[in-house]
Ligand binder design. Structure first.
Ligand SMILES: NC(=O)c1ccc[n+]([C@@H]2O[C@H](COP(=O)([O-])OP(=O)(O)OC[C@H]3O[C@@H](n4cnc5c(N)ncnc54)[C@H](O)[C@@H]3O)[C@@H](O)[C@H]2O)c1
Length: 327
């Protein structure tokens, strides 16, 4: 049976999300507080009810699931109200701005056996799926470090800093690839343009296994970079989302300690290859996953718990950014 879904927020990103929701489900409601957008979407989807009041769609018993793509500061409250109304929830990243708020959402979803899925888009990117398989199969050998580069000139946000706006993507990938939460989280950054809104942030994470990770997040940069590098003891892999064809490159490069000269390290350079990556749209794969959970049930709430780990780590990085001390 096709699920009946209500969608909130049809702005810059939400317009992509609602297009895919309409492809995959019955789009029963669209909610946006902006009157012009209500008129535009009412004309575009004549069989969908359009409102500016979130409570109206929550009151519709036929709505099974709610998709939220409104600005970040509204996520926690809207997601909470939707879960309390008994709806499954997909909420854009991050679902909450503080760890305790996210804990509240996860508890609500668990208590009511509802799906709570954060919009960690990159976990559904076919290129990063290949990277995850390489890591999990041990192809890279033991992973030593992972680092993300997410830089550009703009978009300059005014209600969230570069850590919250850009960091969620890379952090969700790093925690997923390593399947651990960090034991140490350090962030340094500076607000150059608007008071209290850091434009450039450098983050360092250390994990209980000894692995380390780094994120360079900035909207004040000459490079447009969307890159993740994983360094293993046997091989290294780079995911580059700016590449059209070679999104993933595997380097057979590694340190090597010849038996004849114990203690003296050399390096080995072998083939460099790019596996074929399916061209499927990550957003569609992500929402298909959500709708499968809606049909089958939330299971062990893995998606919600992964979201909690990300928000908890963001909390620690934010604290470190404020105090200058590790968290
Ligand atoms: N996954 C990704 O790659 C990705 C990319 C960009 C943005 N995002 C996320 O998507 C979300 C939306 O970002 P955006 O760039 O579309 O924002 P936006 O500001 O362009 O649009 C937000 C829309 O929500 C509406 N709105 C605001 N408050 C509302 C409320 N209480 N109820 C209903 N509608 C409300 C606004 O009128 C606007 O149309 C953010 O959480 C952002 O982090 C995700």
């Amino acid at each position: 049976m096709i699920p009946r879904v209500a969608h909130a927020g049809v702005g810059g990103w939400g317009k992509n999300v609602v297009r895919v929701v309409a492809e995959l489900a019955e789009l029963a409601w669209i909610c946006d507080t902006d009157a012009e957008r209500q008129a535009e979407y009412g004309a575009r989807y004549p069989h969908t009810r359009v409102t500016g009041a979130f409570d109206e769609l929550l009151a519709d018993d036929a709505v099974e699931a709610v998709v939220i793509a409104t600005p970040v500061p509204t996520h926690h409250e809207l997601a909470k109200r939707a879960l309390e109304a008994g709806k499954h929830v997909f909420v854009e990243k991050p679902p909450a701005m503080r760890g305790d708020e996210m804990e509240e959402l996860v508890s609500l979803a668990q208590a009511r056996d509802l799906v709570l899925m954060p919009g960690h888009l990159l976990l559904y990117h076919p290129g990063l799926r290949v990277v995850k398989e390489l890591v999990d199969r041990g192809e890279l050998g033991e992973v030593a470090c992972v680092y993300g580069n997410r830089q550009n000139l703009g978009v300059i946000r005014s209600n969230e800093n570069a850590l919250l706006s850009l960091g969620v993507h890379d952090l969700s990938v790093i925690l997923w690839l390593l399947a651990e939460e960090p034991s140490e989280a350090v962030a340094h950054g500076t607000a150059f343009l608007q008071e209290g809104i850091e434009d450039v942030v450098f983050c360092f994470l250390r994990f209980p296994s000894g692995k380390i990770a780094h994120m360079h997040l900035s909207w004040l940069d000459p490079h447009k970079m969307r890159k993740m590098t994983v360094v293993g003891r046997e091989k290294m892999v780079v995911f580059d989302d700016m590449e059209l064809e070679r999104k993933v490159t595997v380097y057979e490069k590694a340190p090597w300690e010849p038996a004849s000269s114990y203690g003296e390290w050399r390096t080995r350079t072998g083939d460099i290859f790019s596996p074929k990556i399916p061209n499927d749209e990550p957003l569609k794969l992500e929402l298909q996953h959500f709708l499968r959970l809606v049909a089958d049930g939330p299971g062990d709430h893995r998606e919600a718990l992964d979201g909690l780990a990300v928000v908890r780590t963001l909390d620690r990085l934010t604290e470190s950014l404020r105090t200058g001390a590790p968290s």
